[in-house]
Design a protein around this ligand. Structure first.
Ligand SMILES: C[S@@+](CC[C@H](N)C(=O)[O-])C[C@H]1O[C@@H](n2cnc3c(N)ncnc32)[C@H](O)[C@@H]1O
Length: 307
């Protein structure tokens, strides 16, 4: 793991976890004084900022939005009483509304693919003895690991233009962080040493992959017979992430409209039984007066086969 500055190491699990006069910079992956004076640090940050335009998920804005989505208190995300408050806490609801805890043994293993900054992985650890969180973004994995190790970190929420509020993301209560391991990885080319799982979660992942079928084809090998597969997706197909020929749905096929649900059934039915389908709305706050409201389609599947 990348080394972090001395000031960051002052953050202790279980304490307030917030060092005054410092802030976390996801570009540098460390906490530094609120007013940086070292010109080399500023130049380095600008270079990193330029490089990070390659991927939206590598930007500071994205890291901040995902920290807020995963760890923000309701009032920090949505201060308007007339807003869609039932759409908050999406990474938590992906687990509590979809997972059948009754099917899990005390030694259950969970896998959260495209885990981002880690909230669903931590939530899975409430019932799974061991959880692996994997994401293509090393920055997100570093952030998730910081939360695991330090219990809290500061970040900046964009309010308007260049105005920000400093917030603290905290590891939720009642979770044993030692049950969770985060590592970078590609959901379409996973390492062979992962073993098998009782739960696999892919939240808002399939429509961000270049080849979602490659990911789906790896799933039978990742789940034990009887294991639960939870896929949740707003089905926002875009050539920016997925070449059109690889879309699972959202296009005409043989004269009829092919939905993502139909595409998933075609790909998964040989090895999985679809047991439930539900809507999971979620809200991403861009700034104080602009939000993305989406309705993910969650499907829950059970791996076929003998125990
Ligand atoms: C829309 S975000 C969803 C994050 C999180 N699951 C949630 O629901 O908040 C998509 C995530 O997938 C990750 N991702 C994109 N391509 C990936 C890949 N090939 N393998 C693993 N993760 C990937 C991104 O870095 C990002 O964290």
């Amino acid at each position: 793991m990348a080394p972090y500055g001395k000031s960051f190491n002052k953050i202790q699990p279980g304490r307030e976890g917030f060092v005054r006069g410092t802030r976390f910079d996801p570009f540098l992956r460390r906490v530094y004084p609120s007013e940086p004076t070292n010109p080399f640090r500023v130049i380095f940050r600008n270079i990193t900022r330029f490089m990070s335009e390659v991927s939206y998920y590598e930007t500071e804005q994205a890291a901040s939005e995902y920290l807020l989505l995963h760890y923000g208190a309701p009032v920090e995300v949505l201060p308007y009483s007339y807003g869609p408050s039932t759409s908050l806490n999406y990474p938590v609801r992906c687990v509590i509304e979809c997972l059948d805890k009754g099917l899990l043994s005390p030694k259950a293993r969970g896998l959260d693919l495209g885990c981002s900054v880690g909230r669903s992985s931590f939530e899975l650890a409430r019932t799974c003895h061991q959880v692996n969180g994997i994401d293509a973004s090393e920055r997100y994995i570093d952030i998730a690991n910081m939360l695991k190790e330090k219990g809290a970190l500061t970040y900046r929420r964009k309010d308007e233009g260049e105005l920000f509020t400093e917030l603290v993301a905290r590891l939720p209560r009642g979770i044993d962080p030692d049950r969770v391991t985060f590592r970078p990885g590609d959901a379409m080319n996973l390492p062979g040493d992962l073993g098998q799982f009782d739960v696999v979660l892919g939240a808002n992942l399939i429509d961000r992959l270049a080849d979602p079928r490659k990911f789906l084809q790896a799933l039978p090998g990742l789940l034990r017979p009887g294991g639960q597969l939870i896929l949740s997706s707003p089905n926002t197909w875009s050539q920016h992430y997925t070449p059109r020929k690889n879309w699972l749905g959202g296009l005409q096929r043989e004269g009829a409209g092919q939905t993502t649900l139909r595409g998933l059934i075609e790909e998964l039915s040989e090895n999985f039984v679809l047991v439930r389908e539900l809507d999971l709305p979620f809200l991403i706050r861009e700034h104080a007066r602009k939000f993305q409201w989406s309705v993910a389609q969650a499907t829950i599947w059970i791996r076929k086969g003998r125990y």
